[in-house]
Ligand binder design. Structure first.
Ligand SMILES: Nc1ncnc2c1ncn2[C@@H]1O[C@H](COP(=O)(O)OP(=O)(O)O)[C@@H](O)[C@H]1O
Ligand SMILES: [Mg+2]
Length: 245
């Protein structure tokens, strides 16, 4: 479970996150839906303890991120918007290297790496250097890295962004699979169809604020509209936003 309460983050005076609260429960996918600049990544960086909030609290599996950051981090797998891969390493060595940094016991680490290569269907390129990989292949390595220490909570920042149709589909399926194993998942997106397909509940964000929260049908009912896209535009009260279908 991830609990966010009255989160505020100001850069100088600019409110990137402005009094945002929500709870992601175990076994559910909670989506943060909003245009570029809405505050999604900033919210995620605060949850993952990479950025300190101006005020507000975050608890990950009950651990307060400000007071017990290491315990909270151990409970969390984070896939940021961009993540560099070491071009000369192959996915297998990459994962082993990361696991060693986390001090994972060697036999457990090797078994876990094999398991992830299989689950994420990375067999074909698991021993090829990462440098010429497609975006989809890279994203799989990143996802494997996120899942390596078997965290119960996951933060996925725009996990399908820039992926081709097949890779997006695979990522979507994997998210559903992870959800069924009881993970708590927060993912961000600026694509309506992705939010609709992947998320059990959606938090609509705009200019740092939480505008509304609910299932797609609840949001549509709230706005008196038939589609998530129309509901979104109605709820944020303006049309000049760049959110994709
Ligand atoms: N380190 C930073 N310094 C100043 N402004 C920032 C910083 N990080 C993000 N912002 C601003 O905060 C707002 C929210 O950004 P972000 O959380 O990345 O939005 P999203 O992920 O929804 O696109 C944007 O206006 C962005 O320019
Ligand atoms: Mg972002």
């Amino acid at each position: 479970m991830i609990e966010v309460e009255h989160l505020v983050k100001r850069f100088k005076k600019f409110p990137a996150v402005d009094d945002v609260s929500f709870t992601a429960r175990q076994g559910e996918v909670l989506g943060l839906l909003g245009a570029n600049g809405a505050g999604k990544s900033t919210t995620m960086r605060i949850i993952s303890a990479t950025l300190k909030p101006t005020s507000g609290t975050v608890r990950v599996s009950g651990f307060d991120v400000a007071h017990q950051p290491n315990k909270a981090r151990r409970m969390l797998g984070v896939m940021p918007e961009t993540w560099g891969l070491y071009g000369h390493l192959n996915p297998r060595d990459h994962l082993i290297y990361i696991g060693e940094l986390f001090n994972m016991p060697r036999p457990r680490l090797l078994a876990r790496v094999d398991e992830l290569i299989e689950t994420l269907q990375m067999q074909e390129f698991a021993t090829r250097p990462c440098k010429d990989f497609s975006k989809g292949m890279r994203q799989k390595v990143n996802l494997a890295r996120t899942l390596l220490h078997e965290p119960p909570n996951l933060l996925l920042d725009e996990p399908t962004s820039g992926l081709d149709v097949m890779s997006s589909r695979q990522v979507r399926e994997l998210v559903q699979q992870l959800k069924r194993t009881g993970k708590t998942i927060i993912l961000s997106t600026h694509v309506f169809s992705e939010a609709e397909r992947m998320c059990d509940r959606i938090v609509i964000m705009d200019r740092g604020k939480k505008i509304s929260e609910g299932t797609t049908s609840e949001l549509c009912a709230q706005a008196g509209r038939d589609t998530l896209e129309e509901a979104f535009v109605h709820l944020i009260g303006r049309e000049d936003v760049e959110v994709q279908r």
